[in-house]
Design a binder for this molecule. Structure first.
Ligand code: ADP
Ligand code: MG
Length: 504
């Protein structure tokens, strides 16, 4: 493992008119399960289909239809729990959460209130090198997503699209351990990274595959520590929940403005009402959506259509054995195996595909050199190329390690290697063959270099005089030789030969 110091998240302190306040944040992240079919029906989950095309009778709430659980969704929730080092509950059960909404034809959402499938876990949030801030997970439960109401297509009518109705969601509930806007964003991104590694959620926040309800409260310094010691929530301030955020930038902005709103109320002697609010990014404010409902408002009761979900330890063990290497472990291994800095290892492990590409390049090459080329040259070039994906890279790992091998052998200089990389990127081909065919080989033959140096010395007697008085001017000769050889001369050899000839 990484040699990390573990610490609690750091409170962001906001100065009020009277005294300082600290932030307390808890997130409920809704992650759409990556699966072909919905949680209780065989309808497709594909994003972007024609409205109301992916709807089974059970999703449409037709009377007498029965839900049948999709085992792949169960496996995905267990994998996610394992990835968050959480307890897996072998017994879980589904409850009906009753409410009316046009995009919820059943009139209830099937969720897991009393017995979630995943219990306590933790997420390591990276905010600075060598330090892992630990955010505790309270639970993950499986539930149905709702459909979508569309209000902006017609001035007089609203529309309903039920394609999303019944898609499996994992609701990942954190403890109120997050202490600032940046930590909240980093926490969401870490969850996203882990789920993308696991293949349990595609993490596409723009399409709404991952959305967060952000609970924010403020308290006086010291109050949070009392909560942490005792587990007693009454030490914390009253929270407001900002619904349905699907951008880490907006999450951060919303937390800032909501904290300031609460502080202003408290300092004026008022009380914060516990309520559900919406963030309006155009106005930069949160506004009330509804007063906070309690569990009893939903008349939760066990879903009579579904048996409790019982899974076996052996099933969990099998899923665990098949988990891929996760980001924290991979980063630690890259540091120890390839001698990479934590920063480089983090960049390379941000996405599993990047890490796999790097490992293929590093196979047989020097790890640090491979990391440099992947991060600086390849990532930079892909970015310039309209943010092309690594999976769509025109340069393969084998081609890149071929370029690196030519540098290591001394066949080409670093500068020529960049030209070669560009040729391979745009035209393809075998790097060694290109170097051979286009005469790009570095000249290490000292005879040839010496000849070039002699010619330049003979042609520039005045410069020679000056350089003999001031050795710093030798650089000019090195530059001339490099020019004369088309950049192919071995720079070390040129420097040595120029120094020797001028000295003599
Ligand atoms: P509900 O399901 O009604 O929204 P929960 O008790 O399950 O309420 O908590 C939801 C989220 O609110 C959790 O992530 C929890 O950590 C967070 N939370 C609870 N109390 C506070 C608080 N005082 N300040 C900030 N977040 C809080
Ligand atoms: Mg909630």
């Amino acid at each position: 493992m990484l040699d990390l110091t573990y610490e609690a998240p750091k409170p962001k302190v906001i100065a009020g008119a009277k005294h300082d306040w600290e932030l307390v944040i808890g997130l409920e992240v809704h992650a759409q399960v990556q699966s072909n079919a919905k949680l209780f029906s065989g309808a497709s989950t594909k994003f972007g289909a024609e409205p109301n095309n992916n709807v089974a009778f059970v999703d449409a709430g037709m009377p007498g239809m029965l839900p049948v659980i999709n085992s792949e969704c169960v496996a995905q929730a267990v994998r996610t729990g394992l990835g968050l080092k959480a307890d897996i509950n072998l017994y879980s059960a589904f409850d009906r959460k009753n409410y009316f909404y046009p995009d919820l034809p059943q009139g209830y959402q099937i969720s897991q209130l009393y017995h979630p499938i995943v219990g306590e876990g933790e997420v390591l949030v990276d905010m600075e090198p060598g330090i892992a801030r630990v955010v505790r997970i309270e639970r993950i439960h499986l539930e149905q997503d709702a459909g979508k109401s569309i209000h902006d297509m017609d001035p007089n009518m609203s529309f309903v699209d039920l394609n999303r109705t019944g898609v499996a969601l994992m609701e990942i509930v954190s403890r109120p351990d997050i202490r600032g806007p940046e930590e909240a964003a980093a926490y969401v991104l870490k969850l996203r990274q882990i789920m993308r590694y696991l293949g349990t959620c595609d993490g596409n926040m723009q399409n709404g595959s991952m959305r967060a309800d952000v609970n924010v409260s403020v308290c006086l310094p010291g109050a949070y520590e009392k909560y942490k010691e005792t587990g007693d929530f009454s030490h914390l301030g009253t929270r407001c929940e900002i619904k349905n955020m699907n951008s880490t930038r907006f999450i951060q902005q919303a937390i800032e403005v909501e904290a300031k709103r609460q502080i202003a109320i408290l300092e004026a002697g008022g009380e914060v009402d516990q309520e559900t609010r919406l963030y309006d990014p155009d106005k930069g404010e949160t506004r009330s959506m509804r007063s906070k409902e309690e569990a009893h408002d939903y008349r939760y009761f066990p879903c009579p259509d579904l048996l409790p979900l019982e899974i076996e330890q052996a099933y969990v063990d099998d899923l665990k054995a098949a988990l891929p290497e996760l980001p924290d472990e991979k980063r630690a291994r890259f540091m120890s195996e390839f001698g990479l800095s934590e920063y480089d290892a983090s960049v390379l492990t941000a996405e599993a595909e990047n890490a796999a590409f790097f490992e293929d390049v590093a196979d047989g090459s020097d790890g640090k050199l491979a990391a440099n080329w992947v991060i600086n040259e390849l990532f930079g070039r892909l970015k310039k190329d309209d943010d092309r994906e690594i999976t769509d890279s025109p340069v393969s790992p084998a081609q890149l390690s071929g370029i690196i091998a030519l540098i290591t052998k001394g066949d080409i200089s670093g500068k020529i290697a960049k030209d070669l990389f560009e040729i391979v990127y745009t035209e393809g081909g075998d790097p060694a063959e290109i170097v051979e065919a286009r005469g790009m080989k570095q000249v290490t033959d000292t005879g040839a270099i010496e000849k070039a140096v002699d010619e330049i010395i003979a042609a520039n007697p005045a410069q020679v005089e000056k350089a003999r008085e001031n050795p710093k001017l030798a650089g000019w000769f090195v530059g001339q030789v490099m020019k004369a050889t088309g950049g192919k001369a071995n720079p070390k050899a040129v420097n040595e030969i120029v120094a020797a000839k001028l000295g003599g």
